[in-house]
Design a binder for this molecule. Structure first.
Ligand code: AMP
Length: 282
C-alpha cells in the first residue's frame, strides 16, 4: 500500500500513471472509514486502473471548531480497512499546511443557489469549504472519475455544479447510500451513538421510506406535517429539517410537476450528534 503525505510526491506518481495511460479513480474522504466509504472505493476499483483515496479532515468545511477537533482521526485503522479490499490503492493523507500552505481559508463559490438550501442554511460556509478542498484535490489528482456518496446528496450536486462551472475535466459518479442493518445510513458519527440511540436513529430512514410510499398519493405539505409530528412525538430525536425538494435544483417543492425528480431530505439530532439522510421519491 502506497501512502503519500506530500503534494510533490503525489504529483510525480500521478504523472507516472498518466504517462502509462492509466485511468485514475478518486475517492475523497475525511477518514474514520466505514463500509459506506469502502463501497465508494470498491466502485472506483471496478472502473479504474488506479485508485487514489484521500484522507484529510478539511478544516475549512467545519463551522464549529469543537466539531473539527472532535472529528475522529484513525489513519492506521483506515489503512488496514482499505488493505482488506485492495493493496493497490494509493492513499494521500497530507497535513493541512501541505494542502493550504499558510492560508487556511475558503474560496467563495456560487453554486446557482444549491448552496442556500438545507445544509447550507444550517452550516454556514460549509459548502465553500467543501468546494475549496475538492477543487484543490482535483487539481492535484487529475482524476478521470471521482466518487461521492448520495448520503450527502446536496454535496454531490454541488460538486457536479462546480465541475460544470469551472470546466473541470472529471466525471462525477454518485454512489448509493450504504446502510446499517436497521436502515440507518452509515456515518462516522454513528460510532458516537450508544446502542439504544443508534437503534432509535433508524427512525429517520423509516420516515424517508414512508415519505416515498405516500408521495404518489399525498401532498408534500401533508407528508411534511406528518413527519414533523412523528418526530416531535419521539423524545430521542430532534428534527432540524425535513424537506421535499427538486432533485436537481434542491428547491423545496411547490406543486409536483410531471417529468421532475424529487427527493426527501432529513436532518436531526440524537443528543449532540447530528445525522442526515435522504431518499429518491420518484
Ligand atoms: P466523509 O469522509 O464523511 O467526507 O465522506 C467521504 C465520502 O463518503 C463522501 O462522498 C460521502 O458522501 C461518502 N459516504 C459517507 N457515508 C456514506 C454512506 N453511508 N454510503 C455511501 N457513501 C457514503
Amino acid at each position: 500500500m502506497q501512502i503519500l503525505k506530500e503534494k510533490d510526491a503525489l504529483k510525480k506518481q500521478i504523472g507516472a500513471f498518466k504517462n502509462e495511460g492509466l485511468k485514475i479513480g478518486f475517492v475523497p474522504t475525511m477518514g474514520a472509514l466505514h463500509d459506506g466509504h469502502l463501497s465508494l472505493i470498491k466502485a472506483a476499483l471496478s472502473v479504474s486502473d488506479r485508485v487514489i483515496v484521500s484522507i484529510f479532515v478539511n478544516p475549512t468545511q467545519f463551522d464549529n471548531l469543537q466539531d473539527l477537533e472532535k472529528y475522529p482521526r484513525t489513519l492506521d485503522e483506515d489503512i488496514s480497512r482499505i488493505s482488506e479490499i485492495s493493496k493497490d490503492v494509493l492513499i494521500f493523507s497530507p497535513p493541512a499546511a501541505e494542502v493550504y500552505g499558510g492560508d487556511i481559508t475558503s474560496q467563495v463559490f456560487y453554486f446557482d443557489g444549491l448552496e442556500h438550501q438545507m445544509e447550507g442554511k444550517y452550516r454556514k460556509g460549509h459548502f465553500n469549504g467543501v468546494g475549496t478542498i475538492v477543487k484543490k484535490l482535483f487539481e492535484l489528482v487529475e482524476p478521470d472519475k471521482a466518487f461521492f456518496g448520495e448520503k450527502d446528496y446536496q454535496q454531490l450536486q454541488i460538486i457536479r455544479k462546480m465541475v460544470a462551472k469551472e470546466g473541470l475535466n472529471v466525471e462525477v459518479i454518485g454512489c448509493p447510500t450504504d446502510r446499517e442493518a436497521s436502515g440507518l445510513a452509515r456515518s462516522s458519527r454513528n460510532e458516537r451513538l450508544d446502542p439504544v440511540a443508534r437503534q432509535n436513529a433508524a427512525l429517520l430512514y423509516k420516515m424517508l421510506q414512508k415519505a416515498r410510499e405516500n408521495f404518489g398519493t399525498k401532498s408534500a405539505t401533508d407528508i411534511i406535517s406528518w413527519v414533523s409530528e412523528e418526530l416531535q412525538a419521539n423524545p430521542d430525536l430532534k428534527l432540524e429539517y425535513f424537506e421535499i425538494a427538486n432533485a436537481d435544483t434542491l428547491e423545496s417543492i411547490g406543486e409536483k410537476e410531471n417529468g421532475q425528480r424529487y427527493r426527501a431530505f432529513i436532518a436531526a439530532y440524537s443528543g449532540d450528534i447530528r445525522l442526515i439522510d435522504n431518499i429518491a421519491l420518484n
